[in-house]
Design a protein around this ligand. Structure first.
Ligand SMILES: Nc1nc2c(ncn2[C@@H]2O[C@H](COP(=O)(O)OP(=O)(O)OP(=O)(O)O)[C@@H](O)[C@H]2O)c(=O)[nH]1
Ligand SMILES: [Mg+2]
Length: 308
């Protein structure tokens, strides 16, 4: 690793920044916005992110290593408990914490508990009031006042992660709160997630966005095969086989859909994103499997990568 930026400047900063908060507050959207690239999947359904997603953003002043986490909630199954433990675990050994909130449901039990935990940390905490674009200015101002009262130890920022409003000022502040130090990653590294995992997440995002009710919450995706080959015409193409795992036989039928239309739609939209990511042609084959009630089964959770 060259870490050339860090070596060049004595005042270069580098550090770890965790994004934590209730589900659906826009943590992944904000992280993608701050790094200027879509790495973490997002959806309007709560509990989209299931693991820690680490991304890196480097400029001539600093290297910021972001850790996106699953939304903290009152878990109803073993997957949920795992997700919450992953989120809380991401508060260790970091330099700055961003507590994401939005006007919808602010100050609930989960958020109060998080605030108590954050008050005990000896690092800077920034409370981020997101989705400012959705609410009247006065409502946002009231929420900022309330955040200042409830978290006197924190700085409060208002942003719209979706529209990119307030995010430049936030990024500058984050950088200046980091300790001085050399870069830990190469200048152009964006994430340490393996490509296979990113591909699996893209497929899961499409399932989350296209399916309704409980079905998408019980879905996991595994990439079984990923291989580059040259076609007869000399063009490079990547063959990808991925399985969509659902937790009930009835869900399998819904994922496939009438005339396999749902599966085709998931495959088509996922392929478009994967091709953009890989900057090349992709042949994506999707399979649907059932692992009965996997969200409450330790062994199956481990097989699917959701247990340490
Ligand atoms: N209007 C508006 N919507 C936003 C904003 N930020 C995020 N969203 C939307 O809110 C939803 C949730 O965003 P995510 O980034 O997936 O939220 P999250 O906090 O990562 O959610 P979990 O991973 O489930 O914890 C998505 O539909 C986003 O498009 C914003 O600033 N304004
Ligand atoms: Mg998320």
């Amino acid at each position: 690793m060259s870490a050339s930026l860090g070596e060049k400047r004595a005042d270069f900063r580098c550090g770890f920044v965790t994004l934590i908060g209730r589900p659906n507050t826009g943590k992944s959207t904000l992280m993608n916005r701050l790094i200027g690239q879509k790495i973490a999947i997002t959806s309007h359904k709560p509990q989209t992110t299931r693991t820690q997603i680490r991304t890196i953003c480097t400029d001539d002043e600093a290297q910021v290593i972001f850790i996106d986490t699953p939304g903290v909630h009152i878990a109803k199954n073993k997957l949920g408990k795992y997700m919450v433990s992953v989120a809380r675990g991401a508060l260790k050994d970091i330099d700055v914490c961003l507590l994401m909130t939005d006007p919808d449901g602010i100050g609930d039990e989960v958020e109060q508990d998080l605030l108590r935990r954050l008050a005990g940390l000896s690092i800077p905490v920034l409370v981020i009031v997101n989705k400012a674009d959705l609410y009247p200015v006065q409502k946002i101002a009231d929420i900022v006042t309330r955040c200042r009262e409830e978290a006197p130890f924190a700085e409060v920022f208002t942003v719209s992660a979706l529209k990119g409003e307030g995010t430049d000022a936030l990024f500058s502040r984050i950088k200046h709160l980091l300790p001085y130090g050399e870069a830990l990653y190469e200048e152009d590294d964006v994430t340490d997630q393996p490509l296979r995992d990113i591909v699996a997440e893209i497929v899961r995002e499409k399932a989350l966005r296209l399916l309704t009710d409980e079905v998408p919450h019980g879905i996991a995706v595994q990439v079984e095969k990923m291989r580059e080959r040259r076609t007869g015409a000399g063009e490079e193409i990547t063959d990808i086989d991925a399985s969509i795992i659902c937790e009930k036989e009835t869900h399998k039928g819904i994922v496939i859909g009438k005339g396999a239309r749902m599966l085709k739609k998931i495959g088509q939209t996922a392929r478009e994103d994967i091709e953009k990511l890989m900057q090349g042609r992709v042949n994506l084959q999707l399979f649907v499997k059932v692992r009965r009630d996997w969200r409450d089964d330790d062994r199956k959770l481990k097989e699917l990568g959701y247990k340490k």
